[in-house]
Design a binder for this molecule. Structure first.
Ligand SMILES: Nc1ncnc2c1ncn2[C@@H]1O[C@H](COP(=O)(O)OP(=O)(O)OP(=O)(O)O)[C@@H](O)[C@H]1O
Ligand SMILES: [Mg+2]
Length: 554
């Protein structure tokens, strides 16, 4: 186990590190790190693929999350070991970059480390393994590119196929078709063609969730859904042909920044003062109405008196809208966000077919919909319970991401383990030409890729070895699209089952797994600071972790 600092000079210990510091070096450090990484990979492995199981994660507050998403599982696990944390980071990186393939990346990284451990046992130095893995990753990326199939970013049917595959194995897989359609519609709507291809930002698809009804009641709105009600009961709740003013300023009488005192002596003076305030507010409302707006969305507050005037003019108003919603509204309606009400011009107004307040579950929401070719859309996710809605949102996120990935880089590969087995076969042939121990590492990399089809088969209750042997034989014969048909329990040409995935997801999987494995392998010394002493600390608040909050008055 970890040892204390051993340095001594003529019998006198030389203290270099603080008391309580532990240290592990060489093989011991590597072994401990690899074990931690393997445990993490093992934890998510059973959730890979269409037949993967789901996980229930219970937080310290007792909240349960049921999910199949690798990134979410690892995030919720709240691991302690630093290397385990690095594995969690891979899944996060994969999730941020591509949105899918998080489980695969972690499984592959775990397998790369398992194979590395065997090599270390055989006296192959970790630097040699790292170098071999680096070369193999490069070669794998090259082969992967040659295996990619060109897709058309406007081909709805193809985009949908990729979206359906991303739903395989999710808790709500029965709704894959429905979710895929929604995702394709949404992403195609916000995609913008540029000289270098399509540009798509997932944040232009605003996803809101509300428990109630069922997943199939999830709706895509060509515009924006504001989680806000109309401010005044006297205002219209429905405005057709909406002309929308977007205001980032308060419809209130500004308070002075310094303290001012006004001496009012007579009731007339008081009345004059109030009248003046009222007339300022009236002026503001008149301005909104003069430019032709019948809907006002305000990022700041709206004074009660102004609300009353707006209602009298028949203007539907919403206040304290989120900044992100204001930006979305601007993109969707073509309106301009104005920061000074006096600058408002008719050309600043956005337009939508309908602005309407609707009751959704127990809340009131304002829908601004029917925008013409909006570059920002919204989705209201529904589902029986809070937990279902949460998972539906996560599944939808995966679908949106893969469609975006394909539109951005219209190349796809064949899933179901087919591409991994083909990569492994070609890499093995390539590795034969390498010399020395690097070859062993490159071969190990190739074999590690087979962990994906192995896990797919295992999770489907099949004999993983039999399936892999059959797959290898088919690939040897040049049938490069043969993968695991988890439904029928045999090997099959995956193009017949429409199992396609974005090339970008697989590329990222190779890169992040390779990088993580190398980073972990290069560590040969772990110096861990001792735990902070508990004495002298105030008692912890329930739920409070490690860090303490210091009071302002300290
Ligand atoms: N119908 C299918 N038949 C066989 N394999 C499939 C099928 N659909 C998907 N797969 C495979 O399942 C794997 C993806 O599984 P899954 O979605 O559970 O994990 P992930 O994409 O790596 O991670 P996550 O979705 O959690 O981010 C891919 O290898 C994919 O090719
Ligand atoms: Mg997936």
């Amino acid at each position: 186990m970890a040892q204390a600092i051993p340095a001594t000079i003529s019998g006198q210990p030389v203290l270099i590190l603080k008391e309580g510091t532990s240290r592990a070096q060489g093989r011991e450090a590597q072994r401990s790190n690899i074990t931690a990484a393997k445990i993490i990979a093992e934890a998510v492995r059973s959730s890979l693929g269409p037949k993967g199981m789901d996980k229930m994660l219970v937080s310290s507050f007792g909240d349960a999350t049921v999910t199949n998403d690798g990134a979410v599982i690892l995030k919720e696990m709240d691991v302690q070991h630093p290397v385990a944390k690095m594995m969690v980071e891979i899944s996060k990186a994969q999730d941020d970059e591509m949105g899918d393939g998080t489980t695969s990346a972690v499984v592959l990284a775990g397998e790369l480390l398992t194979k590395a451990e065997d090599l270390i046992e055989k006296d192959v130095h970790p630097t040699v393994i790292v170098e071999g893995y680096r070369k193999a990753t490069e070669k794998a990326l090259e082969v992967l590119n040659s295996l990619a199939i060109k897709a058309d970013p406007k081909d709805r049917a193809m985009l949908k196929k990729v979206a359906v595959v991303s739903q395989a194995g999710k808790v709500l897989r029965e709704n894959a078709d429905f979710v895929a359609d929604l995702a394709v519609d949404a992403v195609m709507q916000v995609a913008e063609q540029t000289a270098e291809g399509y540009k798509v930002e997932i944040k232009d698809i605003n996803v809101l969730k509300k428990a109630g009804e069922s997943i199939t009641d999830t709706k895509l709105v060509q515009g924006v859904i504001l989680d806000k009600e109309v401010v005044h009961p006297g205002m219209p709740k429905r405005v057709e042909n909406a002309k929308i003013a977007l205001l980032n300023a308060a419809v209130e009488v500004e308070k002075t920044e310094f303290d001012a005192k006004i001496n009012i002596q007579t009731p007339e003076q008081m009345k004059a003062f109030l009248d003046e305030e009222e007339s300022i507010l009236r002026g503001m409302v008149d301005k909104v109405s003069q430019v032709g707006a019948n809907v006002l969305v305000c990022q700041k507050g709206i004074d009660d008196v102004a609300q009353h005037f707006l209602a009298k003019k028949g203007i539907l108003a919403v206040r304290r809208a989120k900044e992100s919603d204001m930006e979305a509204l601007s993109k969707a309606t073509g309106g301009k966000i104005v920061t000074n009400i006096d600058d408002l011009k008719p050309t600043d107004l956005g337009s939508a077919k309908l602005a309407e307040e609707r009751k959704v579950a127990d809340d009131k929401m304002t829908f601004i919909e029917g925008c013409k070719n909006p570059k920002s859309v919204s989705m209201l996710v529904r589902g029986g319970t809070e937990r279902i809605v949460d998972e539906a949102e996560r599944s939808l996120h995966d679908a949106l991401c893969v469609v975006r990935d394909v539109i951005r880089d219209p190349r796809i590969v064949v899933g179901g383990g087919a591409v991994e087995v083909e990569l492994a076969a070609q890499l093995k042939r390539w590795a034969e030409k390498l010399t020395g121990r690097e070859q062993l590492a490159a071969l190990a990399f190739a074999e590690a890729l087979e962990s994906i089809p192995l896990a797919l088969a295992e999770n489907a209750g099949l004999d993983p070895i039999d399936i892999l042997v059959e797959m290898r034989a088919s690939h040897e014969k040049g049938e490069k699209w043969v993968g695991v048909d988890v439904m029928e329990g045999k090997v099959k040409d995956m193009t017949k089952l429409d199992v396609y995935e974005p090339l970008a997801v697989k590329e990222q999987m190779l890169k992040s797994a390779g990088e993580a494995a190398s980073m972990i392998l290069k560590i040969d010394d772990i110096i861990a600071a001792g735990k902070l002493k508990e004495e002298g600390r105030p008692p912890k608040m329930p739920g409070e972790e490690g860090e303490e909050k210091t009071s302002e008055f300290d």
